[in-house]
Design a protein around this ligand. Structure first.
Ligand code: SF4
Ligand code: SF4
Ligand code: FES
Length: 290
């Protein structure tokens, strides 16, 4: 039987959300309240297991009396506040964010991006063919995972997962300024010469597919990656006694990647190299790096 830790009871905060009286536990964000009410607010830099970074601003809503739009992912619900999620101003702002991101970044593997672009009527091509992009080839410097920074929206989630919020390896960080800002290892060294321990916890949180398993990258290149044909089975990692949960993504009877449940109260979606990439030993194949 799994022991589920219970949080102490929290008082309820009452406020108005799109004209409806709403009550959420104290400490909830506006986004939490929206999700409880079944409202679909786009998010990119928000992560279930990470502190909000407020980097993308695609989740903005209007709070009555506030001069600026508020990021729903980090703004806490306060008693008596009035929040509107669907105003022209909020929708216009989200549309502009999507246009700017999609004009500079490859969002082809960002879940729901094309849906939101359509929903908000965003036109990324209005900046013309000359709109600046990273335009660099994917970094393939190891057998486990690929970094394709043409797809990076600089959301900081990988940096936070690698650094003080989870892994404490600090293998990657933000480098450069302005349009040259990018995620980099120290001195832009190959991952193999960096502090990376190949836990893959950065891949778990990356919202755009800029970081991906080599297996997924290769299958996408070959046109064989097909999530509709994949099954997911959660099991227990057998490599040590900690017993982390692994979710095996299987296509055509082969494990093609491994994730971990974000709501696990112990590991919060994080794994080590053995849990994340040790699946290559299953079936007696030729494990990368072995
Ligand atoms: S695999 Fe782990 S250690 Fe390496 S960059 Fe990603 S989070 Fe950091
Ligand atoms: S690589 Fe992914 S997680 Fe890291 S900043 Fe870019 S989009 Fe965010
Ligand atoms: S999802 Fe809220 S600022 Fe990015």
């Amino acid at each position: 039987m799994t022991a589920v830790p219970l949080d102490p009871p929290r008082r309820l905060v009452e406020f108005e959300l799109d004209g409806e009286p709403t009550r959420v536990p104290d400490g909830s964000t506006i986004l939490d309240a929206c999700r409880s009410a079944g409202k679909d607010i786009p998010t990119l830099c928000q992560g279930e297991t990470l502190e909000p970074k407020n980097a993308c601003r695609v989740c903005v809503v209007e709070v009555e009396g506030a001069r600026t739009l508020a990021p729903a992912c980090s703004r806490k619900a306060e008693p008596g506040m009035t929040v509107r999620t669907d105003t022209e101003r909020a929708r216009h702002s989200r549309k502009l964010v999507l246009e700017l991101l999609a004009s500079a970044t490859d969002l082809s593997t960002t879940p729901r991006a094309s849906e939101w672009i359509k929903e908000y009527g965003a036109k990324p091509d209005r900046f013309g063919a000359e709109a600046a992009t990273m335009n660099e080839p994917p970094k393939i410097d190891n057998d486990l995972y690929v970094r394709d920074y043409d797809k990076c929206i600089l959301c900081y989630k990988c940096v936070d997962a690698c650094g003080e919020q989870w892994q404490n390896s600090f293998a990657i960080s933000m480098a450069g300024r302005g349009f040259d800002a990018r995620i980099s290892t120290e001195h832009d060294a190959p991952l193999t010469d960096s502090a990376c321990v190949y836990c893959g916890n950065c891949i778990e949180v990356c919202p755009t597919g800029a970081l991906s398993f080599k297996s997924e990258f290769d299958m996408r290149e070959a046109g064989t990656w097909d999530e509709e044909r994949q099954t997911q089975t959660t099991t227990v990692c057998a490599y040590c006694g900690v017993g982390c949960n692994l979710t095996l993504h299987v296509q055509d009877n082969e494990i093609v990647k491994v994730s971990s449940p974000l709501d696990n109260p112990v590991t919060h979606g994080n794994l080590c190299i053995k849990g994340r990439f040790g699946y290559q030993h299953v079936g007696g194949g030729n494990p990368a790096g072995a």
